[in-house]
Design a protein around this ligand. Sequence first.
Ligand SMILES: Nc1ncnc2c1ncn2[C@@H]1O[C@H](COP(=O)(O)OP(=O)(O)OP(=O)(O)O)[C@@H](O)[C@H]1O
Ligand SMILES: [Mg+2]
Length: 607
Amino acid sequence: MTRSLLRTAQPDARRAAPGIAAGSLSALSAVALLAASAYLITRAAEQPPILYLSLAVVGVRAFALTRAVFRYLERLASHDAAFRQLAVVRTELYRRLVRVAPAGLGRTDRGDLLARVVGDVDTLQDLPLRVVQPLVVSGLTSVVAVVGVALVSPPAAAVLAGTLTVALVVGCVAADRLARRSERMLAARRGALSAAVVDLVQNLDVLVAFEAVDARLGRVATLDADLRRASSRRALTAGVVAAVLSALSGAAVLVTIPVVAPAVASGGLSGPAFALVVLVPLAVFEVVGAVPTAVLAWRRVRASGERVDSAVPSEVPDGVVDDEAVPSGDGDAHEPGRAAAAGATTPATQPALPPAARPALRLRDVSATWPGAAGPALRGVDLDVAVGDRIVVEGPSGAGKTTLASVLARFVEHTGRYEVGGVDTSTLAPAAVRATVGLVEQAPYLFDESLRQNLLFARDTATDDELLAVLDRVGLGPWADARGGLDAPVGERGVLVSGGQAQRISLARALLRGFPVLVLDEPTAGLDPETAGRLVRDVLTTARDDGSTVVVVSHVEVPVELVTRRVRIEAGRLREVPVDVEVEVAGSAGSGVASIAEPGAERGACG
Ligand SMILES: Nc1ncnc2c1ncn2[C@@H]1O[C@H](COP(=O)(O)OP(=O)(O)OP(=O)(O)O)[C@@H](O)[C@H]1O
Ligand SMILES: [Mg+2]
């Protein structure tokens, strides 16, 4: 799978060609410059008429210029291609992230994920820039240089070819041996350090309260020292390899001298030509020195590719709903890279729900297992949610209530049958189900933007008056006024608002959207009993008045006169509870006793 990611990171031949061509011309200019200079200086020492030198003089000037110009063009073209390709990689990664979030990312540390998606993805640009490009350029330059030297002196060319081969083999093997561990360690340690720093900063309040800051800082320092050690080991590797290559380039010169000396003595080779063939290896080795570095870079790129791949898997893990695995009649659009490049999602071709505005839900023998979990969190659940039902879901902590809510919103994959409006959801695009069944999560996410922006994305056509009205409905009207209206910031992940307020903002969002079926996962956690009661009462009353369907998960007492049914989940199994039976509601310290008036009066149809 890493291979497909790496293939996405490499620009296609057409886009990579200008950079490679410019790079090769620059490298060849460098070799030619040294050859022309060596020839010019030694020929000048023979004091020929100045006319004989003019060609070499022009050559030196021209190659000095072309080396710099092509080098500039190479940088421009290759970086342009690499950055454009990086944009494709990023799009592809975000596509993958969206596909597995939220259920598929539960096990990835946020800081490490950040390091992978930012740092490791950046490293992928080294594939075209520091792996493919130098390999191709060095290969081309070596071949041309050996052929060029062969035209002047075949024995010198043989020496050059031999020493180059030795240098490449020794350099690559040494780099590979030394780098294999350090490159892999380096990426992992960078991720660990980033995770530790993010963890430290985000939980500073807890750490200060428990006087645990020093311990955490110590951990960061240890990770930092580890990272530094791995970095210096890599630097050492690069240094050793460069030294080996320098020694070999010197050796090439030293070996060439005795090999071509007889030809000079016999008059077969002129002095200036001798200088040329002896000195050219120096320039060629400089170009070829990039090869072991490319091997190092390849290790680094591969390690980063693996890390990105494991953080953001290209295959949707078991248990997570795959948003794109719906027969859409357009198989090509799902091929990684191409889909991203074309920005292709194909909502138009995916099946949609029939336009029945208010569908009923029907679950038969539904089980669900979280990704990586040992056993199912929901087992063989049968549930019918009729149009207009207002169902309260109770049960002890960890029983599977959130899991049920996540199944209803198609975040977690299930076995068994789940129908919305009589249509099996496995034949529907998950997005289509989510457009019908809205979820207010137990721990809602707020964006670091204004209150307005946090509401508007639910329905971007809403006016300020509508936003204020919905805030009023969730009891946040006066608070929003005091905060300066809709422009009030909520802070990163809602740090500037209380937990209960965050939950109400998230509820306001869902109300604004007007989902036909609303699933509320503990919408009142973090609220005082009075506000909680008022809020739930308001939501359920409104639902009763406009006939919409609500499934509300609650630890706390819910006004039973407003609900049509009650179900209870224990250890993943669901059972119906008569609305008028007193049940101890876990988590509410024995106070959550439901009493009921007119049970069944509003009972929705229950299959
Ligand atoms: N993302 C996850 N990955 C793996 N296991 C999970 C995940 N979320 C929940 N679980 C497990 O699934 C089981 C049911 O959890 P769930 O969140 O549905 O409980 P809950 O009834 O909502 O509890 P609470 O009332 O505390 O919110 C638990 O054993 C829990 O540990
Ligand atoms: Mg829960």
